[in-house]
Design a protein around this ligand. Structure first.
Ligand code: BES
Ligand code: MN
Ligand code: ZN
Length: 504
């Protein structure tokens, strides 16, 4: 990750390759820009007048300063930030990503950003600096380890300095950047895991990646096939039957809080490739099913960030991991399996496998008596239809938890939208021959999948995040390259930060 520094000082006095100054719609400058105007007797004005840029959001214009003796940086880069009233932390995060990406291939390598001063109602300079740092790091993320022929970018940015008006703000800003660093590390770790192809990112690989996170506060247990059998995770084993790769069951225990305090449990679907099994999927876009482990990637990303932030709470992570393949021994439609908590399940479609492995994982988590459970899963195509890629589905059995997560989603822009779980929907998963069946018909597919999961959480407060539409994006966005997005990491990290500080 590129280095981000902070410095208190004026834009015109920075001896570096470029200073980025915001420009509002109507060619209006911010205080840094105005100061520069004063110091240079309106030198900028002649450029502003001839501008092809009215301050439109994300537009970038470079001015070389060789003819000016007062301005120290070699370039002034005007960044259109649009309508002053429409700025939010999210648009600021996007602007930082846009400018970092644009300058990453230019001649300027050591740049300063005078963006923290942008006015956004109800925010501190720490909030804004954090959003900027997140935008830079998330925006510059790439996954190119399998490209053997691309030349190294000779003009890549070397360092970015956030310019701050006064020294007294430096502590607050530096702290905010440390939070952004841990957050971005967590998100990018989740993206790396997501982007690995299914032949590399197997259940064993996920286990190894988890094990590497261990430290004095974080204990990792990776159960192999034999241990899974001994524990009796029958539903996970059923889904694994058609695969040539062994399953893994990964348990993470983070002790950052008081001994004996019940942990918050995070459970993530770790399906390293979902072919659908015997109820096989159509060939089109099937390659995207390597992303079916994004729930587990989110959990691992969160644990990585939590250890960096040294959060003062206890956490339990549970990841069931397998492929879903149609090998000779594969489980079949009609099979009945018994989950870890004793519930019997009639399999009507082997492609509804995520809920099966989660049945065991949620039962296991519930048995550890956590204070609450949050699960992450690329669970249903129906959720992609309902919400597209702009919000994850949010379901559960506890209004308070759902409300909190909804608020965290808005705050981080890792957004969620609630779907109902009225009792009547449970009817759809009744089986004639077992306790429940693993499909609930065409209607309300995301809800009936959540109804299925609800049978395995005892009466504990529980929220389910269906990240099927948000966990990857083949078009990419301002803050995410094509592929894994790390959805869920910023959201739940924010939730944990808030609930941990409540306790202390
Ligand atoms: N991993 C898929 C869900 C999915 C589909 C995520 C498309 C992202 C994009 C899941 O295992 C699945 O196949 N679900 C089925 C359930 C159905 C058989 C009840 C689905 O959504 O079609
Ligand atoms: Mn499936
Ligand atoms: Zn799946």
């Amino acid at each position: 990750m590129i280095t981000i520094n902070t410095r208190a000082g004026n834009a015109e006095k920075q001896r570096n390759d470029a200073v980025v100054l915001p420009l509002f719609t109507g060619r209006k400058l911010t205080p840094s820009g105005e100061k520069m105007q004063q110091a240079t007797e309106n030198w900028l004005t002649k450029y502003l007048r001839r501008f092809d840029n009215d301050g439109d959001f994300g537009k970038i214009q470079t001015i070389y300063t060789a003819d000016n003796d007062v301005i120290m940086p070699e370039r002034i880069i005007l960044l259109g930030v649009g309508d002053e009233k429409k700025l939010t932390l999210n648009t600021l995060r996007q602007l930082a990503a846009i400018v970092a990406r644009a300058l990453n291939t230019g001649g300027a390598r050591d740049i300063s950003l005078a963006l923290s001063e942008l006015p956004i109602k109800g925010t501190t300079i720490g909030d804004r600096s954090r959003a900027i740092a997140e935008g830079v790091w998330l925006g510059l993320y790439t996954f190119d380890k399998y490209k053997t022929k691309t030349e190294k970018n000779q003009r890549a940015l070397r360092q970015i300095t956030l310019l701050i008006e006064s020294r007294s703000q430096l502590d607050e800003v530096n702290q905010a950047i440390e939070i952004a660093r841990a957050t971005a590390n967590g998100v990018c770790f989740a993206r790396d895991l997501a982007n690995e192809p299914g032949n590399i990112c197997t259940p064993a690989y996920l286990g190894d990646q988890a094990a590497a996170l261990a430290n004095d506060k974080l204990q990792i247990e990776v159960m192999d096939q034999a241990a899974i059998k001994q524990l009796g995770l029958t539903a996970l084993l059923a889904v694994n039957q058609g695969s040539a790769h062994e399953a893994r069951f990964i348990v993470l225990r983070y002790q950052g809080g008081n001994d004996g305090d019940a942990p918050i449990a995070l459970v993530g679907k770790g399906l390293t490739f979902d072919s659908g099994g015997v109820s096989i999927k159509p060939a089109g876009k099937m390659e995207e099913m390597k992303f079916d482990m994004c729930g587990s990637a989110a959990v691992l990303g969160i644990f990585k960030a939590v250890t960096e932030l040294k959060l003062t709470c206890n956490l339990l992570g549970v990841i069931p991991s397998t492929e879903n393949m149609a090998g000779a021994g594969a489980y079949k439609p009609g099979d009945i399996i018994t989950a870890y908590n004793g519930t019997t399940i009639e399999v009507q479609n082997t492609d509804a496998e995520g809920r099966l492995i989660l049945a065991d994982a949620l039962s296991y988590a519930a048995k550890q008596k956590p204070s609450l459970i949050i699960d992450f899963a690329t669970l249903t195509g129906a959720c992609v239809v309902a919400l597209g890629c702009h919000a994850s589905g949010l379901l559960g059995n506890n209004a308070k938890l759902i409300k909190s997560l909804h608020a965290c989603g808005d705050a981080t822009h890792d957004r969620v939208w609630p779907l109902p779980m009225h009792e009547e929907y449970q009817e759809q998963i009744k089986s004639d021959i077992a306790d429940i069946k693993n499909v609930g018909g065409r209607e309300a597919g995301t809800i009936t999948a959540a109804c299925f999961l609800s049978r395995f959480v005892d009466e504990l407060p529980w929220a389910h995040l269906d990240i099927a539409g948000t966990a990857w994006n083949m078009k990419g966005s301002n803050i995410s390259a094509k592929g894994g997005t790390g959805a869920g990491v910023r959201l739940v990290l924010d939730y944990l930060q808030r609930s941990c500080s409540d306790h202390s």
